[in-house]
Design a protein around this ligand. Structure first.
Ligand SMILES: [Zn+2]
Length: 90
């Protein structure tokens, strides 16, 4: 059985909408060193996004390298700030 294992990172800098994106290794939108956090090697972007939620509350897969897995989430029109500013990064 062949399982494609890819290393994933999450941006430590939030996007303008307050979310962080999970990127596969080699993605063109992956942040520079110091602006990304290594999550680990996963067989799917969903697993990587799930892992990323251990670090940040609002994480999504990069639309370029990771298929978004939660379409049911919908759009919330509320304009709220970043709820989780004081996360500790390893
Ligand atoms: Zn990406």
């Amino acid at each position: 059985m062949n399982v494609l294992i890819v290393r994933y990172f999450v941006n430590t800098l939030a996007a303008p909408d307050g979310r962080r994106e999970v990127h596969a290794n080699g993605c063109r939108y992956l942040g520079d060193f110091g602006q990304r956090l290594y999550l680990g090697a996963f067989a799917s972007s969903e697993a990587a996004v799930t892992e990323g939620r251990n670090y940040y509350s609002d994480v999504r897969g990069c639309p370029s390298c990771s298929r978004p897995s939660e379409r049911h989430e919908g759009r919330k029109a509320s304009s709220r700030g970043d709820e989780q500013r004081n996360v500790s990064q390893p």
